[in-house]
Design a protein around this ligand. Structure first.
Ligand SMILES: *Cc1c(COP(=O)(O)O)cnc(C)c1O
Length: 371
């Protein structure tokens, strides 16, 4: 653990984001995704806020292990609550099946071998059927044609939640693009299933990128992850959420250095006279090495992350006239509640805020603010 750096997470902002999201999805139920430690923000505190403060009744994780952890939180309601395991559900492993006897744990059936187990193992008799269809992302999801031998059993059981996942919803949506095609397939499959008499209670297609563009909101559920934590996916988005975290760190050292001075490991030579600060964050804290070269605004001053990112430290360089604006031991912020900052940093790194947020490591303590 460190004391000089921290991820400060404002749970009030998460609540605000949730209700902002509710405004743009007034007719939908929200099934928030809290996989990967709630996108790096801490699964317990985030789930507490979503369940207790925001009143959600279904929550999504990626793995059975995450679901078991969520189920262990004492604030999880005893009934009318579902933890949905989206990908790594362990249905192939019969020694895991007993977990699903708690009907609050629900696997998403996304391949035929799991559908066979779902119908043949007695552990799933009371489990609701959540079925994911492949509509063109070609990752998980059952192909519609593969359902044929199961249709009678599906009809008898009914589908609690029919879903698909978009491959491209983060880009600006245009008529006839891949996302529209996926959605057309989904609606067609939905119609066909209903026509043969399958009862379907709930449906969902939209993750953050789609929701931000008001796409797929005719389905009764939406499945946001990223946007709840702050960042927007698409430049076409009108999402005005706040980044719920601030990444704070301490200045370990400041100095002036002449053009031509090598800084740190390797031979990274200053191209200009610079004011240099050394920060208490490195790849050991989950700062990805390709953050090197990124321009950042620190307290209104434009700087650049310079040279190699070390395990425990990194350099930021500024114009010489910034000297005096920063002092040793001062606390500074790499990103703050303005969601444009983390998106801008991620874009310069040629990645996305998902990776930047989930990379932050255990060594960085999480500090929670809530009213
Ligand atoms: C992670 C995930 C989401 C949420 O995606 P965001 O882009 O973070 O909103 C929705 N649906 C599925 C199936 C997912 O795996």
């Amino acid at each position: 653990m460190r004391k000089s750096s921290c991820l400060e997470i404002d749970l009030n902002l998460l609540e605000e984001n949730f209700f902002k999201l509710k405004k743009i999805t007034p007719n939908n139920f929200i099934l928030p995704m809290v996989k990967a430690n709630a996108y790096g923000n801490g699964i317990k505190e985030i789930t507490f806020t979503l369940v207790v403060k925001c009143g959600v009744r279904k929550i999504g994780v990626a793995t059975l292990g995450e679901a078991i952890e969520v189920l262990s939180f004492d604030f999880i309601p005893k009934e009318d609550f579902e933890i949905i395991v989206f990908s790594d559900s362990h249905l192939d492993d019969s020694s895991s099946h007993h977990y699903y006897q708690d009907s609050r744990l629900v696997p998403v059936i996304h391949r035929i071998s799991d559908l066979e187990i779902f119908f043949s193992s007695h552990h799933f008799i009371h489990t609701s059927l959540n079925l994911k269809l492949n509509t063109g992302m070609n990752r998980l999801g059952v192909n519609f044609e593969e359902l044929e031998p199961f249709l009678e059993r599906i009809k008898n059981r009914g589908i609690d939640h029919l879903m698909t996942h978009f491959a491209n919803s983060y880009s600006i949506l245009k008529p006839n693009d891949r996302t529209h095609k996926q959605y057309d397939y989904f609606r067609d499959y939905h119609r066909q299933l209903k026509k043969i008499g399958v009862e379907i209670k709930n449906t969902s297609v939209s993750n953050s990128g789609a929701i931000e563009q008001n796409f797929g909101l005719d389905e009764n559920f939406v499945r946001p992850g990223l946007m709840l934590y702050g960042p927007y996916s698409s430049s076409a988005s009108n999402w005005n959420g706040s980044q719920i975290s601030k990444l704070k760190t301490k200045i370990l050292k400041t100095f002036m250095a002449k053009k031509g001075t090598p800084l740190g490991y390797g031979v990274n030579v200053l191209g200009e006279d610079s004011f240099v600060i050394v920060l208490a964050l490195g790849y050991g804290d989950g700062i990805l090495t390709f953050m090197s070269g990124v321009e950042i605004q620190i307290h209104g001053h434009k700087g650049r992350i310079f040279g190699r990112i070390n395990m425990d430290m990194l350099y930021v360089i500024f114009d010489p006239d910034v000297e005096g604006e920063f002092k040793e031991n001062q606390i500074v912020e790499i990103w703050d509640h303005d969601n444009k900052k983390i998106v801008n940093i991620s874009e310069q790194m040629r990645t996305h805020p998902y990776q930047v947020m989930t990379a932050i490591s255990q060594r960085v303590p999480k500090i929670y603010l809530s009213k």
